[in-house]
Ligand binder design. Structure first.
Ligand SMILES: Cc1cc2nc3c(=O)[nH]c(=O)nc-3n(C[C@H](O)[C@H](O)[C@H](O)COP(=O)(O)O)c2cc1C
Length: 207
């Protein structure tokens, strides 16, 4: 367990900004509970023959460090859907977490996932489910969205029990609607509430 103040790491990749907007709404949900949301992104990946980018992004969230990930109390992971799966930059980052896996650094911490797609039936669920696989390998407690969030049955866009999702449209211009936004906030709040409960339980056991 970390000695830092507890925080929920909202870690995402976004090329065109839709997933980044979801991350901000999820962070709002986390912070409603009084817990800090630490919003971080990952750099692009490129072939060895291609130029690299500056070490600090020009705008938006800063890049996630290994310490950010190791010391989080919970993780909420977001990616655009790419061919029904998460985007390579996020997968590349996760593939670099072997030392945390060996140390069990993320074991018994809550985790959840979110995605944005161009088409409504273009792989939201497959992306969310496949994003959960490495989190299970890390021993995390997966958190989804319960149907007591009535937006799940009312939505005409994104929103799944496996995590939050957004239908951006083929030109990416469809904004997050009220249902999708509410489910983003609900996911952040749910992960943070569970984190509070786990911390309270741990304190109780130790005292
Ligand atoms: C290489 C590539 C593959 C994609 N594959 C899918 C897909 O399988 N299904 C889908 O609905 N959208 C797909 N998209 C569209 C993105 O998921 C969509 O534009 C998303 O909203 C982008 O999120 P962002 O604004 O955070 O970058 C793909 C986009 C790219 C560039």
């Amino acid at each position: 367990m970390s000695h830092n103040a507890p925080y929920v790491l909202v870690l995402f990749y976004s090329r065109h900004g839709a997933t980044a907007k979801m991350a901000r709404l999820i962070a709002e949900g986390v912070e409603k509970t009084g817990l800090e949301a630490r919003v971080r992104t990952v750099p692009e990946v490129s072939a060895e023959t291609k130029a690299t980018s500056p070490a600090v992004p020009a705008s938006g969230a800063v890049y996630c460090t290994e310490d950010d990930l190791r010391d989080c109390s919970a993780l909420i992971l977001g990616s655009p859907t790419r061919f029904g799966n998460m985007a390579a930059p996020l997968k590349y980052f996760i593939d670099g977490t072997s030392s945390l896996w060996l140390a069990g650094s993320l074991t018994d911490k809550p985790a959840a996932v979110f995605t944005s797609t161009a088409s409504l039936h273009g792989g939201q669920e497959s992306t969310l489910l496949s994003m959960q696989l490495p989190l299970l390998h890390h021993g995390m407690f997966l958190v989804g969205l319960p149907y007591t969030n009535t937006e799940l049955t009312e939505t005409r866009g994104g929103g799944t029990p496996y995590g939050a999702s957004h239908h951006a449209g083929t030109d990416g211009s469809r904004p997050l609607d009220a249902h999708e936004s509410a489910l983003c906030r609900a996911l952040g709040q749910r992960v943070a509430s569970l984190t509070h409960k786990l911390h309270a339980g741990a304190t109780h056991v130790q005292s």
